[in-house]
Design a protein around this ligand. Structure first.
Ligand SMILES: Cc1cc2nc3c(=O)[nH]c(=O)nc-3n(C[C@H](O)[C@H](O)[C@H](O)COP(=O)(O)O)c2cc1C
Length: 337
């Protein structure tokens, strides 16, 4: 069994040097700038914006949406901007724009999203898992469009059939041959969405099969799980998603666990303060009304593992003002002002 201390290490993706191999995965309506900054503070070496189509990034749908998608901060670099393309032309336009703006350090192409809206009606994301040639054309177009390094994110198959898993691996190999500098594999098939247990053996197989760094994704909910995945698969790094949401400290805890075999747990008051910071970040970026709407939708994740969690979650969902949010922090998390 390898020494745990070796599991967390610096890594280079093409021209991008990362101080460690723990990455915040892209999450739709979750990995906005305020949350990314909380993860940075805890040591995430690379973060990702949520998936967005080239048209959304280019501001063709809404200028304010594009502004929020591309909001950035010097403390949040290197940053991967995730793109959900369908055809090369718009993808190229978006990549050229990203390179010109200087917002992104990496462009991550999404061949993973299984939702009916994305992979079905819109033929994006996981729809490409059964069409590796079209996916590789997109990667070639993105790589050729600018000096920005390109990474890809995919599922290990559309289904778990031998044919579908072969096609997905063909896509990953083709993407690497086309110049992608890293691959993240979410170790579930697209038709499993998020519900079944992730199959880390695929991550191990792809790590062997591909000549670029492979990041593993799936069921990285605790520091122990992250180290177990790194140990069992030998992959280059961990792409942490739900395990970080409402718990950005997981990045610190993974490093502590690797180095010392234990980690400092967070107190309810620390959870409460982070919940408040997340709320304040949302208000700064989106304004009072939308910030409150978002924290009511997503803030309940902070109430995991505290006494009275169910009541705290209800209080967050029912909050109607900034004062209500402060009261929740005080009453349920024990934050003192
Ligand atoms: C709410 C939510 C939104 C997500 N949005 C994206 C996304 O925009 N792009 C993407 O590549 N993956 C997305 N994912 C997938 C995650 O990045 C990750 O691969 C997946 O959740 C598996 O990791 P986990 O089981 O540790 O959560 C999303 C997952 C969740 C739960």
């Amino acid at each position: 069994m390898p020494d745990s201390r070796n599991l967390v290490h610096s890594i280079t993706l093409g021209p991008v040097a990362l101080s460690n191999n723990l990455v915040l995965a892209p999450m739709h309506k979750r990995t906005h700038l305020p949350f990314r900054l909380l993860c940075r503070r805890e040591g995430a070496a690379l973060t990702h914006t949520e998936m967005a189509t080239p048209r959304e990034l280019l501001g063709h749908e809404s200028a304010s949406k594009a502004r929020n998608l591309l909001a950035s901060d010097p403390a949040d670099r290197p940053l991967g901007v995730q793109v959900l393309p369908r055809e090369p032309d718009l993808l190229v336009e978006a990549v050229v724009m990203l390179a010109r703006r200087g917002t992104a350090d990496l462009v991550d192409v999404n061949f993973a999203c299984p939702s009916r809206r994305v992979a079905g009606r819109s033929r994006r994301g996981a729809a490409f898992l059964r069409d590796p040639d079209a996916a590789v054309q997109l990667v070639e177009a993105a790589v050729g469009a600018s000096p920005l390094p390109v990474t890809v994110k995919l599922r290990h198959g559309y289904t778990n059939s031998a044919e579908d898993t072969r096609l997905a691996l063909d896509l990953a190999r083709g993407a690497a041959d086309a110049g992608a500098v890293a691959v993240t594999v979410h170790a579930r098939s697209a038709d499993q969405t998020y519900h079944h247990r992730a199959d880390w053996t695929t991550i191990a197989r792809w790590t062997e099969a591909l000549r670029v760094p492979v990041f593993g994704s799936g069921d990285l909910k605790t520091p122990k799980a992250v180290l177990a995945m790194l140990r069992e698969t030998g992959c280059a790094g961990a792409s942490i998603a739900r395990g970080a949401f409402g718990a950005p400290w997981i990045f610190r805890q993974v490093r502590e666990l690797a180095e010392t075999n234990s980690y400092r747990p967070v107190t309810p008051a620390e959870r409460g303060r982070t919940f408040l910071e997340h709320y304040e970040g949302l208000v700064n970026q989106y304004g009072e009304r939308v910030g409150l709407k978002y924290i009511r939708q997503i803030g309940r994740v902070y109430a995991r593992d505290i006494p009275g969690a169910a009541e705290a979650r209800a209080a967050i969902q029912n909050a109607r003002s900034a004062a209500d949010i402060r009261r929740v922090a005080e009453r349920w998390f024990g934050v003192t002002f």
